[in-house]
Design a protein around this ligand. Structure first.
Ligand SMILES: [Zn+2]
Length: 70
């Protein structure tokens, strides 16, 4: 199992927004699940009513992708 998975948390309140893993960024909310792969620039607005902080997650090219594409 990869140990590179980690959580994306709101910079304002610390709420968990997404999981960042080797194979992409995964967002789960209720029964909705979205997985974003490749190069991306995602803007996430915190779901907490009194937070609403904008969080940006970028993924251009990380070493593991370079290995996968070779
Ligand atoms: Zn928040």
């Amino acid at each position: 199992m990869s140990k590179r998975n980690h959580e994306v948390r709101c910079k304002g309140c610390g709420a968990k927004l997404a999981d960042l893993a080797r194979d992409g960024l995964t967002i789960r909310r209720g029964k909705l699940q979205a997985t974003i792969t490749g190069a991306y620039h995602v803007s996430l607005v915190c779901y907490r009513p009194h937070c609403g902080t904008l969080n940006v997650v970028r993924h251009d090219s990380l070493p593991w992708d370079a290995n996968a594409a070779a």
